[in-house]
Design a protein around this ligand. Structure first.
Ligand code: AQP
Length: 334
């Protein structure tokens, strides 16, 4: 099997559709930060994924790409340890995606829950929304990624990438590493504060139940104070009967690093939701203050371009070598 080096590789990406949320932080970014030093880490901005649903002005996508990139750095991405790049700047991913599409079944893609949920919200559903999990599989296996840290909603897509890699290996010999998802124990699915039965999503239309990483403190306070709870008058963890309170306890646990059971023990029985919400608010502030300050500093400079240029070059080098191997294996070219 062709492998770049013996060090295990980690890959992660968050698409620049909407703005990054505290849910994305808990399920995606936080894990990346935790593991980045243990692996040969790859982090990318999946800009090609954003146009699977209609987007507005292309200029806004470009601004968002930059904002996302600066935010990753501000959150603690270590450029010395990480290959950080923009997806569309590595053309081999598209070339590989085509080959993988021809080895993926319609039935598999029809079962993707995210496709079902997102396609219901649109009238003219683009084919890209349907085939997007294959592009994601290409993103992952192109680099022989061993692990992919994701929130719970993306587990199905990583499993599809595994199936495709295994199928390709079976048919053409060992071409790809079969990746494993890493799902956080706590915070894998942070819920919307206004509707704690559904996932907090960066591109949701109603933003009142979403905390964005760049929200100011007054806005965050308003959103937490208005977070839907219940009328029971006591704090307890019960995701079915008390989804709002349970979501806030989970958020507290994920952000503070306090084990979930310890957070539950601490807050269970508190009778004033206001006091409990203040504690949650404090850990959100503590998490976001340094991130926002660093973001302000970075966004005034061009440092991010330096990092992304370096990342693009390394990513292309590895991706082109792998693609060349795959295209020969399937019989393309002379
Ligand atoms: N609510 C969430 N709780 C925990 N983790 C979450 N993630 C997303 N929402 C939550 C994780 O963040 C990463 C983002 O992946 P993505 O950009 O591919 O998009 P997504 O999974 O579709 O996330 P969103 O926020 O819902 O974006 P939109 O609205 O654009 O579709 C992944 O690791 C994801 O699991």
């Amino acid at each position: 099997m062709y492998m770049e080096n013996t060090e295990k590789r980690l890959l992660s990406g968050l698409q620049p559709s909407g703005e990054l949320t505290i849910g994305n932080y808990c399920g995606g970014i936080r894990q990346f930060l935790e593991y980045q030093k243990e692996y040969d880490s790859f982090l990318f901005v999946p800009d090609m994924h954003t146009i699977t649903v209609p987007q507005g002005d292309p200029k806004l996508i470009q601004e968002r790409i930059r904002r996302f990139a600066n935010l990753y750095l501000a959150c603690g991405l270590d450029p010395a340890n990480c290959t950080f790049y923009i997806q569309s700047e590595v053309p081999a991913v598209n070339q590989l995606a085509w080959i993988l599409e021809c080895h993926t079944y319609m039935g598999e893609l029809s079962r993707m829950t995210q496709f079902k949920a997102k396609s219901e919200k649109q009238t003219n559903v683009g084919c890209g929304l349907f085939t997007y999990p294959v592009l994601m599989a290409a993103d992952i296996i192109l680099y022989d990624s061993n692990v992919v840290p994701v929130g719970a909603d993306q587990k199905q897509h990583v499993e599809l990438a595994r199936d495709i890699a295994e199928r390709m290996n079976h048919k053409y010999g060992d071409l790809f590493v079969v990746p494993e998802p890493i799902i956080p124990k706590v915070g894998a699915k942070i819920k919307d504060l206004q509707d704690p039965t559904k996932k907090m999503s960066k591109s949701a239309e109603d933003t009142s139940g979403i905390i964005f990483l760049l929200d100011n403190e007054a806005t965050i306070k308003k959103k937490i104070n208005r977070a839907v709870t219940d009328n029971d008058g006591y704090v307890a963890f019960d995701e079915e009967k008390k989804p709002g309170i349970s979501n806030l306890i989970t958020l507290y646990s994920a952000l503070s690093g306090t084990p979930l059971q310890q957070a539950i023990d601490r807050f269970t029985g508190w009778e004033r939701y206001g006091d409990f919400k203040k504690e949650v608010l404090e850990v959100i502030y503590e998490t976001l203050r340094p991130v926002q300050a660093e973001y302000e500093r970075l966004s005034k400079s061009d440092y991010v371009d330096e990092v992304l240029d370096r990342g693009r070059d390394r990513a292309n080098e590895i991706a082109n070598r792998k693609y060349d191997l795959v295209r020969r294996a399937v019989g393309f070219g002379r």
